[in-house]
Design a protein around this ligand. Structure first.
Ligand code: ZN
Length: 117
């Protein structure tokens, strides 16, 4: 058993590529569990799609759907409340802008701090 230097996932001894982050493993990449803590946070990637989140926000942002998807439920609930209070007008505009922000932000992160692609 060895560990990926980039994300710390456990891998088979004969693994050439990390099954989680996809980076190529080199001989010196084989590290013990002590080393993982120093290199762990570099390649945490979200399983969620930034494109999907952005489009959901653009079209359904008034309901906070895209933000529910990314796990930002506090923002999503706020958008929902604003939509209800303003009969959908301000919430929809917020959702549209929020969706564009999600799509154009480099390394946009979900609620777990993982980068979405
Ligand atoms: Zn990895």
């Amino acid at each position: 058993m060895k560990f990926c230097k980039f994300c710390g996932v456990k891998l088979e001894d004969n693994a050439v590529f990390c099954s989680r982050c996809g980076k190529q493993l080199e001989e010196e990449v084989v590290i013990n569990s002590v080393g993982i803590n120093q290199t762990n946070a570099t390649c945490e990637k979200s399983s969620k799609s930034k494109i999907a989140a952005g489009l959901l926000q653009i079209f359904l942002g008034g309901l906070g759907i895209g933000r529910f998807y990314t796990g930002h439920t506090d923002i999503a609930v706020a958008q929902l409340v604003v939509s209800i209070v303003t009969c959908g007008i301000a919430g929809s505009i917020w959702g549209l802008i929020d969706g564009i922000v999600i799509l154009t932000t480099k390394d946009f992160k979900d609620a777990d701090g993982k980068i979405m692609e």
